[in-house]
Ligand binder design. Sequence first.
Ligand code: ZN
Length: 596
Amino acid sequence: MQKHKFSLFLLTILNFSLLVPVHSFAQPLNGSKKLTHQDTLRGTITPERAWWDVLRYTITVQPDYGNKTIEGFTSIQFRVLKPGRKMQIDLQQPLEIDSIMLWSHEVDSKSAMSKPLTDYVREGNVYHVDLGQTLEKTANPQDEISLEIAYHGKPVEAVRPPWDGGWIWKKDEKGRPWMSVACQGLGASVWYPCKDHQSDEPDSGAVLNVTVPDTLIAVANGRMINKKMNADQTATYTWRVVNPINNYNIVPYIGKYVTWHEDYMGEKGKLDCDYWVLDYNLEKAKQQFTQVPKMLKCMEYWFGPYPFYEDGYKLVESPHLGMEHQSAIAYGNKYRNGYLGKDLSETGWGTKWDFIIIHESAHEWYANNITTKDIADMWVHEGFANYSERLYTECEFGKEAGLDYVTGIRKLIRNDIPIVGIYGVNQEGSGDMYYKGGNLLETIRTIIADDEKFRQILRGLNRDYYHQEVTSADIENYISKKSGFDLSKTFDQYLRTTNIPTLEYYFTADKKDKSKLRLYFRWIDCVKAFNMPVRVNLSKAQQVLINPVQEEWNSILTNLKTPTDPDLLPDIRNSGFYIKWIENRKIVPPGKYIRD
Ligand SMILES: [Zn+2]
């Protein structure tokens, strides 16, 4: 996709500071190329994916830092939804499968079976596996069935993560190995075999076993459940997540980590907060991460309880800027406030807090709790995470400060291509999903004009779609229904076009009562039948809701006195709305033209 090329270009020839307006954390596969059959295999629920549902991934991996290779073994436990025999397993080149076993255990018949499979063929980044028998719909939920896959190779290396993806082989400041993975968009199959589609999260979570030299420590999602010292000067760390988790969120972090813990008393009781940072950053980190309890308080207030109390909350220092890895947020903001020290909004508010702590943690609610089935709808992750920055500013510094922030970031909106991407081919839309997404939410909040109702919608989404995969349409319909406003055309306008709707308006003396002002208004530059309501400021104290429609003039009689000087007309612009305002004084309205 163009924006990624653009950001790399900026990185190369200008400097890091210019990254700011174009940041995006995902790497769509073949983004700048023509869409191919490989994209369809990756982005669609193919017949070979549709009949089985992933229950758990158990991933065992050992990286070889010197050779930049990995050796792994992944067990994909699944249940059969309808009879099936062929499975699509994703594993990106140049990694290679060494062997596949089908393993099953039926509780009722007490039968266990383990069978090597030899009938599988590679097609680019997927394997088509023939099980040699048709599996029937899982009868007893206690039955276990899994595919056990051994694999190895040199995974794609992330050169500039998180803007590109793959395995990260870095050194820390003291020259010691520091490894992790960033693979949002690109896909988890860049380092382990899986059903690489956002619509199928493992219902019972994941286990990650990581074997590393015993001088290093491996951290991953959820809780550490075992540490085993091996005879060959390696150690194996086992981490487990019990909640459903996005494939791309499951990652190891390997380095010279130290840790500390704190309890946070939240809406659902005690939340374990654990922090893992490189040894030499401990003091800086302890200072910077004092923002976490404040962040949790604000996010729980607006979004509802933290969605993964069972797995705990973690920040883990990462060799790249950041990523929303569930219950193990990647933190690489160098212990600075803002976005690597910058204020994206240029209002002064953006450097009062740490961008990565706020933005990536907000994804625990929007991205990890509520996940979109298709990355074409990724604005649901990024728009709300962006809005969390406004909300955090509001929690700490008041509502006006929050409004300042969200209007400040408008200048980063490019309106290049629509926010919603292309379905079925793993293709996200415009990077505007961040700033424009946030401003769409501000616009909706301003329409609703009831902060408590708006907050209950944000919390309700996290409650009613708890641990679920959704479409953008689900979210749009929910907001319309709960707000009491039909916002379908509003969403179409902002998510599916690049035009900013323009409210064209003028005042004139009312025909009947010439001492009173009448306000005329209509929408232009918008989708057909666009009908977004707008609150306009008639005076400092008085806001009214008007209902303009596309192309057609409507009016309301105000209680404002017709001024003798047309320059005394009120400025009705309401900064909560991300729209264009045009005061048209050239049109001859039904009444007296006030300018003349
Ligand atoms: Zn994000």
